[in-house]
Design a protein around this ligand. Structure first.
Ligand code: ATP
Ligand code: MG
Length: 394
């Protein structure tokens, strides 16, 4: 039986077939199905032209009609339906100058990057595999459809995609694909940073990221990525990476960047501001953590940052790191985990002292917060008031 995600989409294929067209599942979902991996989304390919797809379905959105893609809403779900197409005349090593809609499935499968991504499956689960993707999956090989030289020259991003599949699947590059990738790595310079970053993040998230990173270095692709290069080499060399998640891998990478350059380095990858802020904060915490966790450091880190920091510290200093469970336990034992939990407010302080508000309120609250975190006093309104009175701070 087909996995549920396909079963739910079968009516979409049937509707197109009933209208006289061919329609198949294609690409990543078919590959992941054969691998027994979780399927994220199912892409559909069809002989119907976009205008014809729009006649078959009631609810559609044009999301990339010039490339043949229509978004269809069916059974409460969204499906990207793309017309069979060929791509031609790549003059800039990135995008085709022209896409042409065609009526044959084989022509469409031929334009796809790797054999494992060039399989189609009909609604009965029958797999159409003219480029022997199944066999390559069986042998855990990533092989371009047709000449690697041509395919990498047409679109240099495919080289990054090859490496990210190594990191996600633990496959190897078929020898002539690898040789060609080495020869053409320079072409990656023509690809927009944002697209390289998207693939690089998938490399960092992969279960086999060590292999992926080593391959980036080994093929010289890393020289066409933002940054200085040395940090990527250092990261690839460090054992034990595979247990890190993407954020932790970024953090580890930052430890190899000179302090003054961290912001510029992250901006060079065009990463979101929020992500830049989180990693920069974690980097500061990591530096302090080297002399051990204190209650104050844990409190100011917050649980998520503390766990990221400890995981990375564990890669850098395996003998002196503590377990993530230990950090969690220490964190749970903190008297408070955020300022909102303080049993006093600025209004209380003003009422007790009879003074007007001003910078002193914030200062006093910080002192109270620190005393509570260090367990000099309990987080209890009356106790806090007594403590303030004894130290003449009211
Ligand atoms: P993921 O599971 O990460 O989404 P995917 O294989 O589905 O992996 P997508 O980027 O979603 O990757 O692309 C969908 C399909 O489109 C691929 O499986 C492949 O057949 C084709 N494809 C994507 N990018 C390229 C490219 N640069 N050159 C040729 N074919 C491509
Ligand atoms: Mg996909």
């Amino acid at each position: 039986m087909l996995p549920t995600i396909f079963q739910q989409a079968v009516p979409v294929l049937k509707k197109l077939e009933k209208a006289g067209f061919e329609a198949y599942f294609v690409g990543g979902s078919v590959r992941d199905h054969l691998l027994g991996r979780t399927i994220n989304d199912v892409d559909i390919t069809t002989s119907a032209y976009p205008e014809e797809v729009k006649v078959v379905f009631h609810r559609t959105i044009d999301i990339g009609i010039e490339h043949g893609t229509v978004l269809v809403l069916e059974g409460g779900r969204e499906y990207e339906i793309t017309t069979f197409r060929t791509e031609s005349a790549y003059t800039d090593y990135r995008r085709p100058d022209k896409v042409e809609f065609i009526r044959s499935l084989d022509g469409d499968l031929k334009r796809r990057d790797f054999t494992m991504n060039s399989m189609a499956m009909n609604g009965d689960g029958l797999i159409i595999d003219p480029y022997h993707g199944k066999e390559d999956i069986h042998n855990r090989l990533i092989r371009t459809v047709g000449s690697p030289e041509m395919r990498f020259t047409e679109d240099a991003l495919r080289m990054m995609r090859a490496v990210r599949f190594v990191s996600q699947l633990g496959f190897s590059l078929e020898p002539s694909t690898l040789t060609s990738l080495r020869e053409h790595s320079r072409l990656l310079e023509h690809i927009a940073v944002e697209r390289k970053t998207m693939e690089f993040e998938k490399i960092l998230a992969g279960q086999w990221k060590q292999e992926g990173l080593n391959l980036l270095v080994d093929t010289n692709l890393y020289k066409e990525l933002p940054g200085y290069g040395a940090e990527l080499k250092a990261l690839a060399d460090l054992p034990g990476l595979d247990i890190l998640n993407k954020d932790q891998a970024w953090l580890l990478l930052l430890t190899y960047i000179g302090e003054a350059d961290v912001q510029g380095f992250l901006k060079g990858w065009r990463l979101p501001v929020k992500m830049i802020r989180s990693r920069s904060k974690e980097l500061e915490i990591l530096k302090e953590r080297k002399s051990g966790w204190t209650k104050t450091l844990l409190y100011h880190a917050g649980l998520e940052a503390a766990l990221n920091v400890e995981k990375v510290y564990g890669c850098l200093e395996p003998s002196s790191a503590v377990s993530v469970e230990r950090v969690m336990e220490q964190y749970r034992k903190l008297a408070i985990s955020s300022r909102q939990e303080l049993d006093v407010t600025g209004t209380d302080l003003m009422a007790w002292s009879g003074q007007k508000g001003g910078p002193w309120v914030k200062e006093r609250l910080l002192e109270i917060e620190s005393a509570i975190i260090n367990e000099s006093i309990p987080n209890d309104k009356e106790e806090i008031r007594r403590w303030l009175a004894t130290c003449n701070r009211l």
